[in-house]
Write a protein that binds this ligand. Structure first.
Ligand SMILES: Cc1cc2nc3c(=O)[nH]c(=O)nc-3n(C[C@H](O)[C@H](O)[C@H](O)COP(=O)(O)OP(=O)(O)OC[C@H]3O[C@@H](n4cnc5c(N)ncnc54)[C@H](O)[C@@H]3O)c2cc1C
Length: 524
């Protein structure tokens, strides 16, 4: 790793990835550092909704305007990461009927197009919806794949002269003469520490931004708000469904790939690493799901997980759902008397590009760089299935490629349609194949193991390929398989009943009964 950069960006989520790219495109020498894989933070543990802004129009119009503007832009610059599902806001008998009129007016004022359709039309479009629904409005929501978008950002950063260092944790900031001079990075695999100099450091560590600021002696109160989501083993709807009421828990259903994700809760937590899922949260998601789709809770729940919102309002004490979803760019020289450090925090995944633009503007001003931002029109590369011209993601692409003979290959993951060639290419592109978490990284690259079997069938095949084609010895491949099984198990554990329990027992039988995975690990 080189020893100095113009800018070191901390945090491999959407905000950090977007900021590093923006700066690289303006000609600065940039490094992005992330303590785990890209999207390991909130950007990979979110709900997957490209907001139209409708959710925020009444209470937080500034965020709503940011969302709709960025929604329109992201569809153009990263179409392969977005499925144009559109969205519906539905008023059920449980929702306050007075809210609808306020909401329509607020959406109009924020520039969000809404179209009222009759309950019959809504039910024709989505037949599983609550037949008692009273009103329905179309909005330009979409489903958004953060793994694909961060992969694209990472590739673009490197194509434009920047570097990306995953699995490097910032454990200290260098300070000299009242100015940040770089960061000490700890390699998560080897434990080695190295100081990397930078003229300026950008803190884009999301819910952890307060911890990074503290390393420079700055006080920054980020309020971590945990949200739990549950993926159901069935897509239910092809449109994003929002309840037409004041934002609350479990009131959005997002079709993501072959599944549907209901979310979320909103729980203030002391530690941003707290992504524990509580039984009451799962039950609440299932109960609220019933209000949108009767029979919802009878379908198999596949996986539960949580992410932590990086809520920030300078000087305000608001928390949870009351806190605004806008963002802040803070120059710590002006704010705290500490030079060489800029923090960008808050916002939404949907608004990452705008946050990055504002942060990069602040950085460029300090360098005297006058190159304008180009990310409004810079199309991000699709490293997986490049299409010319780029097209929006469509469910069915992968199956069509397979059935129509364009992807003649062995299937490694049947649920998510991952072929052997794709897996081998992703392995070849990986910087550290022998890392024990390699299969989880490949999951983010390819969606390996994210479908109904939760890695039960594909995990062992992928581990065998690591051994056969990537040179991992038996002990390394076994360790990778055990790590993957453990991580997949974590999300299934809160949901063990009915069909989910049957699948978990089958997976356990494959790994412990047939393959003797725990005995193999003990033998090493
Ligand atoms: C439950 C939930 C649902 C959501 N749903 C949506 C949605 O549907 N649509 C939407 O637009 N937004 C949604 N959001 C909001 C959105 O996900 C976040 O605002 C956004 O992803 C934050 O991105 P970020 O890059 O700022 O932070 P992160 O993605 O968290 O990135 C920060 C990174 O910093 C890294 N880091 C921390 N400490 C260090 C260190 N010491 N050294 C190196 N790296 C470090 C972390 O590992 C992390 O990867 C949701 C949020 C939650 C919690």
């Amino acid at each position: 790793m080189p020893k100095t950069y113009d800018v070191l960006v901390i945090g491999g989520g959407a905000t950090g990835g977007g900021t590093a790219l923006d700066l690289a495109l303006r000609g600065l020498r940039v490094a992005l550092v992330e303590r785990a894989d890209l999207t390991d933070g909130t950007s990979g543990r979110y709900h997957g909704l490209l907001h139209s802004g409708g959710r925020y129009a009444v209470r937080d119009p500034e965020s709503a305007r940011e969302c709709i503007e960025e929604n329109r832009l992201l569809r153009k610059i990263v179409p392969h990461g977005i499925e144009d599902t559109s969205g519906l806001f539905i008023q059920t008998p449980d929702d306050d009927p007075a809210y609808a009129e306020k909401w329509v007016v607020a959406c109009r004022e924020c520039g969000i197009e809404t179209e009222e359709i009759s309950p019959a039309q809504a039910l024709k479009q989505e037949p599983v919806l609550n037949p008692k629904l009273l009103r329905a409005f179309r909005v330009p929501d979409a489903a958004c794949d953060s793994f694909d978008i961060l992969t694209a950002l990472g590739a673009a950063i490197q194509q434009h002269g920047g570097t990306v260092h995953t699995y490097h944790e910032v454990v200290g900031l260098g300070l000299a003469g009242g100015k940040v001079t770089g960061a000490t990075l700890r390699n998560r695999r080897t434990g080695e520490e190295q100081f990397v100099g930078a003229t300026l450091v950008v803190n884009a560590a999301g819910a952890w931004a307060g911890q990074i600021a503290a390393l420079a002696g700055c006080q920054l109160t980020v309020r971590p708000s945990k949200g739990t989501m549950v993926a159901m083993a069935y897509r239910f709807v092809n449109t994003i469904i929002n309840r037409l009421h004041k934002p609350g828990d479990g009131d959005i259903l997002v079709p993501v790939g072959t599944v549907a994700v209901i979310g979320t809760t909103s729980v203030n937590v002391a530690d941003p690493n707290d992504t524990s899922v509580q039984p009451w949260e799962v039950q609440l998601m299932l109960d609220e799901g019933e209000k949108m789709v009767p029979g919802f809770s009878q379908v198999r729940a596949l996986r539960a997980w949580a992410g932590v919102r990086p809520l920030y309002e300078e000087g305000a004490g608001t928390e949870g759902r009351e806190a605004k979803r806008t963002f802040a760019v803070l120059d710590h020289a002006a704010r705290d008397g500490v030079g060489g450090l800029v923090t960008v925090v808050g916002g939404k995944f949907t608004t990452y590009r705008l946050m990055a633009e504002r942060a990069a503007d602040a950085v460029c001003a300090q360098f005297g760089v006058t190159v304008p931002c180009v990310t409004k029109s810079f199309v991000l590369p699709d490293v997986r299935i490049p299409l010319n011209p780029p097209k929006p993601h469509r469910l069915g692409h992968r199956l069509e490629d397979l059935e129509e003979g364009r992807a003649k290959d062995q299937l490694i993951c049947e649920c998510e349609i991952v072929t052997r060639k794709e897996l081998e290419e992703a392995v070849a592109a990986h910087a550290d194949v022998a890392a024990p978490w390699i299969l989880d990284d490949l999951r983010r690259d390819l969606r390996l193991g994210m479908g109904p079997c939760q890695g039960g069938f594909c995990g062992v095949r992928a581990a065998a390929i690591l051994h056969e084609s990537a040179g991992l010895d038996a002990a390394q491949a076994t360790a990778a398989l055990a790590d993957f099984a453990q991580r997949r198990w974590k999300g299934q554990r809160p949901l063990l009943w009915g069909q989910g329990l049957r699948q978990a027992l089958l997976d356990e039988q494959i790994y412990r009964g047939i393959l003797g995975l725990d005995r193999l690990l003990l033998a090493e």
